[in-house]
Design a protein around this ligand. Structure first.
Ligand code: MRU
Length: 361
């Protein structure tokens, strides 16, 4: 298991993903402000990892607070949550993770629980969320492995693996589960410009697990699909709207269209926490715009002329119509997603409609 992040007595430890694959180093956050910087600067990244990082950040802030009254602690908690929420806008898991700890805090404060007990409870909950993420990914991995070929090549985009989660991963969790079952899978990893999550991170973690992996530039998959070299595509998600529209790393949308054109299944794998029932469709998903330097520079070296215009949206939205199935720990969801998502959420009158497998976690 790759230790993406870990709660330690002295703080929260993060594997520094900006240094991979060349250096395996760790950064220790001893206060919530440091956790916020670590999320913003992508030392930790990936929707599930930043969800748990957000939860641990709030727990760390509460645990280290010197407040002696609940009134003072209330103010601090509001500020802690806001600071962490302002780091990255797209992955709904971040807001979910922060919300889990905030709600627990509010419930305990409402019953005048002593501050020491509140501290212990929020830390325990944040640590539990880490374990729950692994369990959810293992479960969705089992569901997803059923959809993978006995033998074949799977294309993935960005990194939806152990590094994007708490050590197992969503899209790469499905691949791991398939390989654990004896399926002969090899992976094509889009390099994923501009941040190179595929080339740096997906390749690194799959090679650690001895899963055959080949990196390709983002503009090469159409050619390989046309030659019959790709049997399925699987990606993760940062936010899935109630109708199935899915935000994921920039470039995912294009890959989904290519897959459709070539008759290749396109799967999204994500834990339930990535589904945002409050957002009706992809139009409502905020897309993070990142620094122009990520595009203008490579390894510290300038690649573009001074003053040229630059676009750098970090995510795009794949319309639900291009998605063959959404794989969650509650089961495999199929179109029409507005119904299958509602059924899995328990908000649809015809419960479990289009659910191929039932929740087992
Ligand atoms: O900008 P990043 O590296 O945080 O983006 C990550 C992705 O887009 C992943 O594919 C996504 O979070 C799904 S894996 C949890």
């Amino acid at each position: 298991m790759i230790p993406t992040l870990e709660w330690l007595p002295q703080g929260v430890s993060f594997l520094d993903q900006t240094k991979l694959p060349l250096e395996e180093t760790y950064v220790l956050a001893t206060d919530y402000q440091q956790v916020a910087v670590i999320i913003r600067d992508m030392i930790v990244r990936g929707a599930m990892a930043i969800g748990v990082a957000g939860a641990m950040g709030v727990a760390l802030g509460i645990d280290r607070s010197r407040a002696t009254s609940l009134a003072d602690l209330d103010h601090e908690v509001a500020h802690i949550c806001q600071t962490l929420a302002e780091t990255r806008p797209t992955a709904v898991n971040l807001f979910w993770g922060i919300g889990q700890i905030r709600e627990l805090y509010q419930a305990l404060a409402a019953t005048h629980t002593p501050i020491m007990e509140i501290k212990a409870a929020v830390v325990a909950r944040a640590r539990q969320m880490y374990d729950e993420d692994i369990a959810a990914c293992r479960q969705l991995g089992q569901f997803g492995a059923e959809l993978m070929p006995q033998k074949g090549t799977i294309l993935t985009h960005c990194n939806a693996g152990a590094l994007a989660a708490c050590g197992y991963g969503s899209a790469l969790g499905v691949i791991r589960a398939a390989v654990e079952r004896g399926q002969q899978i090899d992976v094509l990893a889009d390099e994923t410009r501009p941040y190179l999550q595929g080339a740096r991170l997906t390749a690194w973690e799959l090679m650690k697990d001895n899963i055959p992996t080949t990196v390709l530039c983002d503009n090469m998959s159409a050619h390989l699909m046309s030659k019959g070299r790709i049997q399925a595509v699987i990606v993760g998600a940062d936010r899935i709207a109630a109708n199935g529209d899915t935000a994921n790393k920039i470039g995912t949308y294009g890959v989904s269209i290519l897959a459709k054109e070539h008759g290749i299944p396109f799967y999204v794998a994500a834990p339930w926490a990535t589904i945002d029932l409050a957002t009706a469709n992809g139009e409502g998903i905020p897309i993070e715009q990142r620094d122009r330097r990520e595009v203008t520079h490579s390894n510290g070296r300038q690649m573009t002329p001074d003053g040229v215009g630059i676009e750098n949206p970090a995510f795009d939205v794949t319309p639900a119509k291009y998605i063959s199935a959404i794989i969650t720990e509650r089961g495999v969801l199929r179109a029409p997603f507005i119904e299958s998502i509602a059924a899995a959420a328990g908000t649809h009158p015809a419960k479990n409609l289009h659910l191929e497998a039932q929740r087992t976690v």
